[in-house]
Each structure stands twice: as structure tokens, then as C-alpha cells.
Design a protein around this ligand. Structure first.
Ligand code: NAP
Length: 475
């Protein structure tokens, strides 16, 4: 951690002890540092503090809240090099990607700082004389979040920024594997003037215990979760007891489709960006490729050429495109998918080998068929299975044949086909001739078992607001 210039960002770190949680560098397997595990018995007390802080915060004007969030944004930008290094050290992604995530994460703070000023209500034409009707929007109260390790900053700011801008307090449990980025971001928020109890970050050895408390505590009025569909489903059930509002950003199985009328060079560029970013550990990344028969061989050949240029290694080294996977369980699972697909008849076009430590070669598998497990599951690794298709009807059926509905992508030069396919794909987001689609101004989220709720955009702040209807009589 010597490379970090602003030591304030690492204030949370502590010495090794029975209670401490070790944070590892997945590129080297070394322990970077330790963070405290907040005792389970103290978590309800922290929620009470958060509740008290929220009552004061909701009285502040949107302009006052905006000023603090803007300052937070400025400090994140000022510290972006340190934040990126912390992220690469604990998560493994290449430094340039980590810097990209810091800026992407910061963009949500900037956007929602302003959106907080625009949480308009409505006046409604009355159906009965003598009455005047209107709505106002009010913060839900204490908002809690549980976030994953693959985007340690952005998955937090996409929730914290709209919650705070709306007048909520925010309490988050980041993944135990990548907590340092979250604590560093919180330090900058406090420096910007945010009261400490308004933004609480906590970790505990048992994520299950934290989840139980978040779901059961009635003072938490909203739970926003990003992670696997399995855990999301469990949390929804648990939240039923307190009728808690939830947002769920869950798993994906994105199809990446290349039609015969596509610009193949562009499709290959989009495929590389979508598939291999973060070593394929991205909920929206291309998970399976469908390529029309006439251009199948050309696409596979050009993709293989582009993949051969990707450099695998420690994300801190210059020129590295693909870092390590997050842990050995993830690596074993990825290697298992490759081996199983090969046993079932898939052909390795490039890569396919397990490298030392947590590294895996970027891999292209051809002759993959719809029935193979590799097509049905979220891979979370640098593997590109490529499937043939003949026509649009067959393609739509195959692309929608999954429990997931987060992101999808297709390449075509035909405008009619573009509209037709975009409307038929059962996904919350569709990239058309584009492999990177997410930003702060557009609504991010899924359908089917990829979840519900939207992050970013004008919709993102509504997740943290209640609509109240006022009926004035006696006119
Ligand atoms: P995960 O196992 O569901 O974990 C996500 C978070 O939930 C972590 O903080 C984890 O804590 C915590 N957790 C695990 N079990 C829990 C439980 N029973 N109760 C309460 N909390 C619990 O998912 P992951 O493997 O970290 O992340 C990858 C998944 O996230 C993929 O499926 C990916 O598609 C999805 N994801 C979705 C989006 C989206 O926007 N839709 C974005 C990014 C990732 P610990 O890690 O500390 O144990």
C-alpha cells in the first residue's frame, strides 16, 4: 500500500487480529492489509445513528445537499489516481480500467447532486369541485445497500449518490474482498462535509449476518442490492417481513449478436471491449456470441487475432489488459466451464489455459451449441463461446432463452432489423452497434431474474423517494 499518496484514504486499516478481515491482492495472493469486522451486536446501533442523522439531513435544502455532494465529487477526481491504485490492488483490474471506474463512479455523484434539485411533485386536475390535488416527493429514510467486488466504487456511488441527494442516509456493506475502495470513498465524503452517520460503511466476517439485520430492521426503509440472483432472491424473501422497498441489480447472461450485414471490424472491437473488460467479471459483459453463418468464420478469425494481442498480468503493470480473477473458486469455475464445453464438442480457437496464480488466458470457443452449460450460465471470466445461427427468428428465440435479462448487444447495418431485434430482445438494456453502454444519464437495470429498479438517469433517484398525495378540500 506504499504507493498510495493520500494516507487518509486508508484510515480504516488495522493490525491483524482475530476480529480483523484480511484484504488480499488477487494478482500476488499477498495480504495487503486488514480492516475491522464490526461486531454484529453493534449494527442495530449504527442503524439508529443513521436514522437520527437522516432526520436532520432531510431538513437541509436540495441546494445544500448538492454543494456537499459536488465537493465530494471534486475530491474523488482530485484523488482519482490513488483510488484507482487501491482498486487495482484489491480487485485486480488493470490500472487504466480502475481509473475509468473511478471516473464513472464519480459521474453518478455529479449527476445526482444536480438531480436532487429536480425531485418535482405534480399538481393534478381535480375530478371533483372544491378540491385541489398535488403530490410531493419525500426521502424514504434510511437506505441500506450490499454491493459486490467487481465494481468496488461504481456499485456504491450509483446507490449512495441518489440516496443522499434525495435526503436519505446511507449504510453500505461492501464485499469483504474489496472494502478498501468503499472506505476511501467515504473518507472523501466526510472531508467534503458529509456528517459521518449519514454515510456508514461496515464489514463483518459474516455477510449473512449483516444481510439478516439489514432486512429485519424496520428503520431501514429501502434495501438496494447488487450481486448474484441467488443472494438477491434470498434478500427479497427476507425483506418481506418488514415490507421493505428493494432494488435488485442481479446477474446477467448477455448475448452479443453479429448479423451478416454488420461491420465485422466494429463488431470485433465491441466484442473485445464488452467481453474482456474486468477479465470478463462484469454483469453486463457479453456472455455468449451468436454469429450468423455467412460471417461466422470471418468473425471468429478476426476476434482470435484481436484476443492474441491482449496482455495478461498484474494490473499495476503498464500495457496489461487482463488481470487476475478474484479468487481460486472463480478460477476453478471458469476452467471447469472451458473443460466441460470442450468435452461436449466445443473447439478452442485461442487461449484455454490456466496460468499461474489466479490468471486465465482469454479464450475463444467455437462450435458451441445452445444446449451446452456454458451458454446457459453466467461465466464471469474471459471466455467467449461462439454459436452459429441461420435466421432472425431462430436468433431471437436463442438469445431470449435464459432466466436473465440484463444487457444484450447486436451489430447490424440494417435499420429495420435494428428496431425489430431491439424490440424483441427481453433485456433491460440493448447496445446496437455498441459494446459499452453504461453511463450516469441512462437507466441501468434488468428484467426477468436480472432484477428490478433502475440506477443512474432521472429514474435512479425515484428509488429513494416516496410519493405523497395531498388532497386540499374546502375550496
Ligand atoms: P454475491 O455473492 O451475491 O455477493 C454480493 C454481495 O452480497 C457481497 O457484498 C456479499 O458479501 C454479499 N452477500 C453474499 N451472500 C449474502 C447473504 N446471504 N446475505 C447478505 N449478503 C450476502 O455476488 P458476487 O459474486 O460478489 O458478485 C457477482 C454477481 O454480482 C454476479 O452475478 C454479477 O452479475 C452481479 N452483479 C450485478 C450487477 C448489476 O448491476 N446487475 C453489477 C455487478 C455485479 P461478501 O462478498 O462480503 O461475502
Amino acid at each position: 500500500m506504499d504507493q498510495i499518496v493520500n494516507k487518509n484514504l486508508l484510515k480504516v486499516t488495522c493490525a491483524s487480529s482475530d476480529d480483523a478481515i484480511a484484504v488480499l491482492n488477487p494478482a500476488t495472493d499477498e495480504i495487503l492489509t486488514y480492516i475491522p469486522s464490526v461486531p454484529t451486536a453493534e449494527i442495530n446501533g449504527l442503524i439508529e445513528k443513521s436514522k437520527q442523522a437522516q432526520l436532520l439531513w432531510q431538513e437541509r435544502t436540495a441546494a445544500e445537499r448538492c454543494a456537499i455532494l459536488r465537493k465530494w465529487y471534486d475530491l474523488v477526481i482530485e484523488n482519482s489516481d490513488d483510488l484507482a491504485r487501491i482498486m487495482t490492488l484489491e480487485q485486480g483490474k488493470p490500472l487504466a480500467e480502475a481509473k475509468g471506474e473511478v471516473l464513472y463512479g464519480a459521474s453518478f455523484i455529479q449527476w445526482f447532486a444536480e438531480e436532487g434539485k429536480r425531485t418535482y411533485g405534480e399538481t393534478i386536475p381535480t375530478p371533483a369541485s372544491g378540491k385541489r390535488l398535488m403530490t410531493i416527493k419525500q426521502p424514504v429514510g434510511v437506505a441500506a445497500a450490499i454491493t459486490p467486488w467487481n465494481f468496488p466504487i461504481a456499485m456504491i456511488t450509483r446507490k449512495a449518490a441518489p440516496a443522499l441527494a434525495a435526503g436519505c442516509s446511507f449504510i453500505v456493506k461492501p464485499a469483504n474482498q474489496t472494502p478498501l475502495s468503499a472506505y476511501a470513498m467515504a473518507e472523501l465524503a466526510y472531508e467534503a462535509g458529509l456528517p459521518k452517520d449519514l454515510l456508514i460503511v461496515l464489514n463483518n466476517h459474516s455477510s449473512v449476518a449483516v444481510g439478516d439485520i439489514f432486512c429485519q430492521n424496520d428503520d431501514i426503509k429501502k434495501l438496494s442490492f447488487t450481486g448474484s440472483t441467488q443472494v438477491g432472491s434470498h434478500l427479497i424473501k427476507q425483506c418481506a417481513d418488514t415490507i421493505k422497498r428493494t432494488s435488485m441489480e442481479l446477474g446477467g447472461n448477455a448475448p452479443f449478436i453479429v448479423f451478416e450485414d454488420a461491420d465485422i471490424e466494429e463488431a470485433v472491437k465491441g466484442a473485445i471491449a464488452s467481453k474482456f473488460r474486468n477479465a470478463g467479471q462484469t454483469c453486463v459483459c457479453a456472455n455468449r456470441f451468436y454469429v450468423q453463418n455467412a460471417v461466422y468464420d470471418e468473425f471468429v478469425e478476426k476476434l482470435a487475432k484481436a484476443v492474441a494481442e491482449l496482455k495478461v498480468g498484474n494490473g499495476l503493470e503498464a500495457g496489461v489488459n487482463i488481470g487476475p480473477l478474484i479468487d481460486m473458486k472463480a478460477k476453478n469455475s471458469v476452467m471447469g466451464y472451458i473443460n466441460e464445453a470442450v468435452e461436449q464438442g466445443a473447439k478452442i480457437i485461442s487461449g484455454g489455459r490456466s496460468l499461474e496464480g489466479l490468471f486465465v488466458e482469454p479464450t475463444i470457443l467455437a462450435d458451441v451449441t445452445q444446449e451446452m452449460e456454458i451458454v446457459q450460465t453466467e461465466l464471469f471470466g474471459p471466455i467467449a463461446p461462439v454459436i452459429r445461427f441461420e435466421n432472425d427468428v431462430e436468433l431471437v428465440e436463442k438469445a431470449n432463452d435464459t432466466i436473465y435479462g440484463l444487457a444484450s448487444y447486436f451489430y447490424t447495418g440494417n435499420l429495420h432489423r435494428a428496431f425489430n431485434i431491439a424490440e424483441k430482445l427481453e433485456y433491460g438494456m440493448v447496445g446496437i452497434n455498441e459494446g459499452i453502454i453504461s453511463n450516469e444519464v441512462a437507466p441501468f437495470g434488468g428484467v426477468k431474474q436480472s432484477g428490478f429498479g433502475r440506477e443512474g438517469a432521472k429514474q435512479g433517484i425515484d428509488e429513494y423517494l416516496n410519493v405523497k398525495y395531498l388532497c386540499f378540500g374546502g375550496f
